[in-house]
Design a protein around this ligand. Structure first.
Ligand code: ZN
Length: 193
């Protein structure tokens, strides 16, 4: 009969093994970069929130934290399903999952925010978006929920839903600015390859 110490040691070992397994199962995904044409794909709704969707969500969160970023859409990792992950906390403690997200604009208020994007690395531009929205989505158990986010959350979810529709924040800029960003990124991508 093991004593308390042995018990807790055993628990620690089991826990460490569980963490290890969990870690091995997750993996970093490759993030597509503008002007990759695959970023223009319109994602399809998730028909069933099953273990494969939850595994993808885990990988997307790990990829987002590693980048690091505050939001990631499945489109950006070349999976064309309507899945978004967001974490606006400073210590990666509040992951939020939005499956098949839909928004409704509630009024004319506009929020002006400097946006960046993991698919457009190194560029930040001020973008106007509706400030007050209602959001409907499924969580990672497939349960529907609703919220009325404002501020950064409202901006972030709109940015990520744009990705699911094949749209990027650079599309809100002038053609001149967008083209300049495209040329700079293409040059960097050529250097990398
Ligand atoms: Zn983005």
């Amino acid at each position: 009969m093991p004593n308390n110490l042995t018990n807790s040691t055993m628990l620690a070992v089991v826990y460490a093994r569980l963490l290890e397994t969990r870690h091995k199962q997750m993996s970093l995904l490759n993030i597509l970069e503008f002007p990759d044409p695959r970023l223009r794909t319109v994602a399809k709704p998730v028909t069933e929130v099953d273990d494969s969707v939850r595994a993808l969500v885990s990988d997307m969160l790990e990829t987002m934290y590693d980048a690091p970023g505050i939001g990631l859409a499945a489109t950006q990792v070349n999976v064309h399903q309507r899945i978004v992950v967001i974490d606006l906390s400073e210590d990666a403690s509040k992951p939020q999952v939005f499956i098949n997200p839909e928004i409704e604009v509630l009024d004319d208020a506009i929020c002006e925010t400097q946006e960046g994007c993991l698919s457009v690395p190194g560029f930040y531009e001020t973008i106007d978006r509706p400030e007050h929205i209602r959001l409907k989505a499924l969580d990672q158990d497939g349960k529907p929920f609703e919220m009325e986010p404002d501020g950064l959350m409202a901006v972030c979810i709109q940015h990520e839903i744009d990705h699911l529709n094949g749209k990027l924040f650079v599309d809100y800029l002038s053609a001149f600015k967008r083209d300049r960003i495209k040329k700079k990124l293409e040059k960097l991508q050529r250097k990398k390859n």
